[in-house]
Ligand binder design. Structure first.
Ligand SMILES: [Zn+2]
Ligand SMILES: [Zn+2]
Length: 287
């Protein structure tokens, strides 16, 4: 493939609900210095834009979060000209105001991963990339406004705690993440976000709440409360919650339609010619 042949405008890295319908789809395989991408990249037309799609966990959902080749995915997307990455991600809630089905446009992260390749600069030229504001404000605002118009439960801004996985958290960990100010917990956003910054690509994470993680207890009578034996509101018994795979999948399927709408309407609004701060993130970062 020659560089200028198949430029795309933007890319989606995602799973359930994020495979919006593209026209004239072509699947391409890109060889990267870091090995294979999660799957072949689908490229197609969507309302006048060229959109690329990578299923983050592979086509048959067989790649665990801690084994995703994040560098290959981002490197390949840069190679085909991607300027904007949209990354929907299933998360657990760490806050009782974030119910299942809610969308949160992440604006901060805390990295709790342990053994992931998290930079393209491993020696020789050094890069100290700024991460004070790691997510694209422009994309966040567009998605938020569209979500509001659609009357979705959506919030602009939130802290994503990225854990290594593939296991879920203990109750003690989950409680600690809440104390740190986390809004949601997930396993895939880091280092996708920082690698995108190293490639000067606008990056946006749409976190979809699929479960309430394990900090919460649920009142048998009236809903969610924090840890307590009895519900403060109605005195009902509080049952500790657990998170499990069927619950996550069930909510993802339910949210898939909404996610698709959100993506399709917002992508139409993205000004692909816009010059964004994110496109200059390497300025003053290289040594
Ligand atoms: Zn940007
Ligand atoms: Zn109650």
């Amino acid at each position: 493939m020659k560089d200028k042949e198949r430029l795309v405008d933007l890319a989606i890295i995602g799973g359930t609900g994020s495979d919006i319908t593209l026209d004239n789809v072509e699947k391409i395989k890109i060889y990267t210095p870091y090995g294979s991408t999660s799957a072949a990249i689908s490229i197609g037309d969507f309302k006048g834009k060229k959109v690329a799609y990578i299923p983050r966990h592979g086509i048959d959902h067989s790649i665990p979060p801690n084994k995703i080749n994040f560098r290959a995915n981002i490197w390949a997307l840069k190679k085909i000209g991607t300027k904007f990455i949209i990354s929907p991600s299933a998360v657990g809630s760490l806050n009782k105001t974030h119910s299942k089905g809610k969308f949160i446009l992440i604006d901060q992260y805390i990295d709790r991963t342990k053994k992931r390749a998290e930079t393209f600069y491993e020696g020789g030229q050094l890069c100290h990339i700024g991460q004070a504001d790691p997510y694209c404000e422009y994309l966040n605002k567009l998605f938020f406004e569209t979500g509001k118009d659609l009357e979705f439960d959506i919030q602009n801004g939130g802290v994503y705690i990225c854990i290594e996985g593939p296991r879920f958290s203990t109750r003690a960990e989950s409680k600690m993440f809440r104390q740190w100010g986390g809004d949601v917990v997930g396993m895939t956003n880091y280092p996708e976000v920082v690698l995108s910054a190293e490639k000067e690509i606008c990056y946006c994470c749409i976190a979809m709440v699929t479960d309430l993680d394990v900090w919460a207890g649920e009142c048998s009578e009236c809903g969610i409360v924090e840890f307590a034996q009895r519900c403060e509101k109605c005195g009902g018994t509080v049952n500790k919650l657990s998170v499990n795979v069927p619950e996550v999948l069930e909510t993802m399927v339910k949210s898939a339609e909404n996610l698709k709408k959100l993506l399709e309407l917002t992508i139409q609004k993205i000004d692909i010619k816009r010059d964004c701060l994110c496109h200059h993130s390497l300025t003053d970062a290289l040594l």
